[in-house]
Design a protein around this ligand. Structure first.
Ligand code: IPE
Ligand code: IPE
Ligand code: MG
Length: 235
């Protein structure tokens, strides 16, 4: 059987805090290690010819955390964007963001916009960073935009279908083929609800900072052993 590489892989990178706590370190140390893991895994993914990689960096719910942790994460994003940008550009990957700008600092927004602008013509892959992102938020936001366009006569109510709806989301992305969640939690936590409709789900106990190339291979291996029927019947 032919080895299948999933077109769109999405990752809920969870377990940074526990990784640090297990070692008697501050939670923030886990986030730092998590950022290093993401750098490695993203490069590996594009080498493996995965076309779209979506990662959950910060949820709309994560603002509930202590200010110290939130501030650390925001600074880490800035630092990681700066440090890894050249490598991303070299790989020819287009960087996009999903989420809302409110509550993000101007500095973070500027850095995001710079990355998007400077990589917008890249075609080797898409790196979708979900930052200040919520799945329900995304669907509601799309619904509002569609309602407005219907009201203004730009689209007809009867033309609303999954393809059109997809175009109103934060980004018009292909469906997720493989969703990975680390750290032994079996939940979706409001991540990419629309795009996940027919994704294969892969859960591992590995904490995100420990997730490496071997772990990624294991996830793709598991994906290859799945029988995707999309509601049909296997011939
Ligand atoms: C995921 O790790 C990173 C973010 C949510 C930003 P956590 O920080 O949730 O780590 P745990 O779940 O507390 O171990
Ligand atoms: C999901 O992890 C969000 C990110 C990985 C950024 P959380 O740690 O926030 O999710 P819950 O609280 O376990 O559902
Ligand atoms: Mg967590």
């Amino acid at each position: 059987m032919e080895y299948k590489i999933p077109n769109h892989v999405a990752i809920i990178m969870d377990g940074n805090g526990r990784w640090a706590q297990k070692r008697g370190l501050k939670r923030t140390k886990g986030h730092q290690k998590g950022a290093e893991a993401l750098k490695k895994i993203s490069e590996y993914a594009y080498d493996k010819k995965i076309k779209v990689l979506s990662v959950f960096a910060f949820s709309t719910e994560n603002w509930k955390r202590d200010k110290e942790e939130v501030d650390f994460l925001m600074n880490l994003f800035l630092k990681a964007f700066k440090e890894n940008f050249e490598a991303v550009k070299k790989k020819g990957v287009k960087v996009i963001f999903s989420g809302v700008k409110d509550k993000l600092s101007e500095q973070v927004i500027d850095s995001m916009e710079k990355m998007m602008q400077e990589t917008k013509n890249n075609t080797n892959g898409i790196f979708n960073i979900c930052l200040n992102y919520g799945g329900q938020d995304e669907i509601i936001n799309a619904t509002k935009k569609i309602s407005k366009d219907v009201k203004e006569g730009i689209i007809d109510c009867n033309d609303i279908n999954p393809d059109l709806f997809n175009k109103y989301l934060f980004n018009d992305l292909p469906p997720i083929d493989l969703l990975i969640r680390t750290s032994g939690e079996y939940r979706i936590s409001n991540f990419m609800l629309w795009q996940m409709a027919y994704a294969e789900l892969y859960f591992t106990d590995t904490l995100w900072p420990d997730f490496d190339e071997k772990q990624m291979d294991k996830a793709i291996e598991a994906y290859n052993n799945r029988d995707r029927r999309f509601g049909g019947v296997k011939k």
